[in-house]
Design a binder for this molecule. Structure first.
Ligand code: ADP
Ligand code: MG
Length: 608
């Protein structure tokens, strides 16, 4: 029998090796960006077409390569970064395996253009599926431009396996962000199909994080710093109230590499434990520096999984660093956790001038009784007090209102006088509005009720399709994460209809000239938009409603007053009135009840 074992041709073994390194366009993005960093570049430009499926190009102004090095760089295990085994334990560069370019060349049509500063002209090499097609001199500025076209053109199975452009682009953006965050002193740009996605000037780390993730983060980052022999920790954690339902803003870096480390994530989330509601996750951007010989970055070809020899010792250090940072921030006098910040209102100037409110809603109204004549049972106060202290519940008079008012005038003599007691409305635990109705004690959930009110108001505006907003005294600039910016652009008509006046002035930057009248200028629009888009995305995934409903839901949810907010008597009265003017006053848009009525009999039970 003849021998059957053969050596694979190099092209095949390169394709197999490529499978480890190059899984999708984002892998190419990562390797090329890392090479540019290792080359000492100060300005790195990434261009993509069709989420990188058609074209990925990285241009840098780094050290460049000689002609021989350019040819060599395509060989597997060709690297300028390590020479001996021991070097593996003191790696300071991003790459070191010498596999990336060879692997990419094996599965794409690649072009390398490169010139060192000291050389007169550069060189251009074209490769397709690992075969060198051409090589010629190239007049170009110092640096390197690597162009990767038609990834997996020679492996249709892999190409078919790629996800939609949207998904692949998201992966590319993630890789870009993970690198741009670590090198805030390098200028980066990223374009997709000729549109600028990022343009990042050299900056401090904090500003870089904000440039990438949106201006709403600026006020929400708490600095972190802790040094010891085992590990130096620095970076930022997001304030607890900035917690997100997704984990998109959680980043660990070890010795300047993005890593995944569920064990350390646990340490951070535990530190936040009590401060964040279930199902939410803190944002963090944490950089760990550990002695290179105490960490093994070699175990995974894409190097996001890392072995720390001192993981157990790092865990408590990390947790206490985070706790300490939150604690410091917590002690600062400007912060009051009890009160929802975005809805702070100025205290009344003269307390003695505030009159206790007149109760003028229909106490016979029971939302659970079927209405015979809905108009007469909708409560209305003819002398509602307009006040400008907050924007939440001021009610401009509408046509429907005047009809109701008429109705009130006709019915008030029958309904109100006999029922009028001087019992009040009061707030319980800064969460509920309590008042007495004929059938018992009515307890309204302030947030649920306000969500219902706002939801119907926004739905109405969206159905009218008439733009209208309140001009802002000071237009605000807001920069969003690229995916959020895209979403915002796609909602621009609807946002106009609910009252925003928003202009897209640069890639991901918007200027806000006007706000819906239900929003106060005191709110940080960036934070609001961020949370609102977050809810919108969730609604999109979970509920699959149409755009209008999703937007009205997201707006109502994020604009509604939250538990913890102290309400003035007038505000409570307005909530009650507006709630009972709704089509479905008894349910929040989520379906949860907005109010309960406890019957006197039920209360009597308690006294037995
Ligand atoms: P590694 O980065 O692991 O060394 P690569 O295959 O990514 O392996 O690159 C091979 C070699 O090509 C590098 O070691 C480096 O010398 C050279 N090289 C790659 N990209 C660049 C670049 N943008 N500028 C200068 N040299 C580069
Ligand atoms: Mg490399």
């Amino acid at each position: 029998m003849t021998d059957i074992i053969k050596l694979l041709p190099e092209s095949v073994s390169n394709q197999i090796a490529a499978g480890e390194v190059v899984q999708r366009p984002a892998s190419v993005v990562k390797e090329l960006l890392e090479n540019a960093i290792d080359a000492g570049a100060e300005y790195i430009r990434l261009q993509l077409k069709d989420a990188g499926k058609t074209l990925i190009q990285v241009a840098d102004d780094g050290c460049g390569m000689s002609e021989t090095d350019a040819r060599m760089s395509l060989e597997r295990h060709a690297t300028s970064k390590i020479t001996k085994a021991e070097d593996l334990f003191a790696i300071k560069t991003m790459g070191f395996r010498g596999e990336a370019l060879a692997s990419i060349a094996a599965v794409s049509q690649m072009e390398i253009k490169t010139r060192r500063k000291e050389d007169e002209v550069g060189i251009k090499i074209q490769v397709a599926g690992y075969d060198i097609q051409s090589q010629q001199p190239e007049v170009m500025p110092a640096g390197t431009v690597i162009t990767v076209k038609n990834l997996f053109f020679n492996i249709p199975a892999r190409r078919n396996f790629l996800k939609s452009d949207k998904v692949e682009l998201r992966h590319c953006i993630e890789e870009f962000q993970r690198i741009a965050m670590v090198y805030p002193d390098i200028r980066f740009s990223m374009t997709h199909n000729q549109h600028t996605v990022f343009l990042l000037e050299p900056e401090t780390l904090k500003k870089r994080v904000v440039d990438i993730f949106g201006t709403s983060l600026a006020k929400n980052l708490i600095p972190l710093q802790s040094d010891s022999d085992i590990v130096n920790i620095h970076g930022f954690v997001g304030k607890p109230e900035n917690a997100k339902k997704s984990r998109n803003e959680q980043f660990f870096f070890a010795n300047k590499r993005f890593i995944r480390q569920p064990y350390f994530n646990h340490a951070v989330e535990t530190a936040f434990n009590e401060l964040i509601p279930d199902g939410h996750h803190p944002s963090y951007f944490i950089f760990l520096e550990v002695p290179t010989e105490r960490v093994d970055i070699n175990i995974h070809p894409t190097k996001t999984e890392v072995n720390f020899q001192d993981a157990r010792a790092i865990y408590p250090l990390l947790m206490s660093a985070v706790k300490e940072a939150i604690g410091k921030f917590n002690l600062s006098p400007s912060i009051d956790f009890d009160v929802e910040q975005s809805f702070q209102i100025a205290p009344p100037k003269d307390l003695s001038q505030i009159k206790s409110p007149e109760i003028s809603f229909n106490k016979d109204y029971n939302p659970f009784e079927k209405q015979q004549n809905p108009q007469t049972s909708i409560p209305y106060s003819p002398n509602r007090i307009k006040h400008s202290g907050w924007g939440g519940l001021e009610l401009p008079e509408t046509e429907a209102d005047s009809v109701l008012k008429q109705n009130y005038d006709e019915t008030k003599s029958e309904t109100f006088p006999q029922n009028r007691h001087e019992e009040g409305i009061f707030q319980l635990s800064r969460t509920f509005i309590v008042t007495s109705v004929k059938s018992g004690m009515m307890i309204i959930h302030q947030q649920a009720a306000h969500e219902r009110i706002l939801y119907e108001r926004f739905m109405k505006k969206l159905e009218m399709r008439k733009p209208g907003s309140q001009q802002q005294l000071f237009p605000q600039n807001v920069t969003l994460a690229p995916s959020d910016a895209g979403l915002l652009r796609s909602l621009s008509t609807e946002l106009r209809e609910v009252g925003f006046d928003i202009k897209n002035i640069a890639a991901n930057t918007f200027i806000i000239n006007g706000l819906p009248e239900d929003m106060t200028e005191k709110e940080d629009v960036g934070v609001f938009l961020d949370k609102m888009l977050d809810s919108y995305k969730q609604n999109q995934q979970l509920l699959k409603n149409d755009k209008t409903i999703n937007l009205a839901l997201a707006m109502a949810k994020n604009m509604a007053i939250k538990p913890g907010r102290l309400l003035l008597a007038e505000e409570m009265k307005n909530i009650i009135e507006s709630l009972f003017a709704c089509q479905v006053p008894e349910r929040a848009p989520s379906g949860k009840p907005t109010l309960v009525i406890i019957k006197p009999e039920e209360i009597l039970e308690k006294f037995k």
